[in-house]
Ligand binder design. Sequence first.
Ligand code: NAD
Length: 271
Amino acid sequence: MTPPFRVAVVGCAGRMGRMNLTTIHATEGCVVAGGSDQPGSPAIGADIGGLIGVDPLGVTVTDDPVELFAQADAVIDFTTPEATRRHAGLAAQAEVVYVVGTTGLAPEDQAVVEQAAIQTVVIQSANMSLGVNLLQILTEQVAKALDADYDIEIVEMHHRHKVDSPSGTALMLGQAAAAGRGVNLDDVACRARDGQVGARPRGEIGFATLRGGDVPGEHSVIFATEGERLELSHKAGSREIFAKGALKAALWGRGRHPGLYSMRDVLGLAD
Ligand code: NAD
């Protein structure tokens, strides 16, 4: 009999952390290898089953990620950029499949993730859903087909607790639009507007951010010109799609060569 695939979750008391635990627990052939959260979190020491509303699993939440990485085949990380930097180093040492969903990474955080991918399998995406990864491809294709007479605006909405802005997904869509146009996003992005900002420069890619309530994530890419407007949209109904995508990525990564992979690789959508 094949042994179960042991998947651990760092930041397991968070919104995505709990959803990841629930998904692993419900998936045949996978077991929850453990979960961690930051020191001082009220979840430390609690049974993971209690955290996700099922019978006790006999595994408690730890604040020691070193121990956690040692007992897992894969680790799923939806935490903070600072925590992800540490976890990436541990993933490289333990050579586990490492799935990173954390957004808002600064270039120096990203460099640590890329360094880890030299030693182990890392799958990273700002959005683990099938729909958004398809939206990314469509955005690039449409941006390629339309010239700069079409103004590109990216609008996103998330729940009131989200800390980074624009969302990682909005930036990912902006990168796709810029790639379609053959430009560098940093050269054309307008990430916020306030006051007498003047007329919209031709070729700009604009971002607008809405925050409120419990919205798991909504994104639209708008191509607007005189006389018509094309809008591509995705709406997440629940966080489950991200957790299912993350576990799919972990399973896909089993036995692969070290490297940095994306959800497009996992979903078979890469060129
Ligand atoms: P959250 O605040 O609910 O959860 C984060 C958890 O990480 C918390 O429990 C926190 O205590 C824990 N944490 C912080 N520092 C830690 C440390 N050093 N060690 C262990 N745990 C630590 O946030 P969330 O809504 O679950 O989102 C988490 C991240 O995932 C964000 O960056 C968000 O943008 C991203 N996200 C990505 C996707 C995707 O598909 N890639 C989808 C949704 C959210």
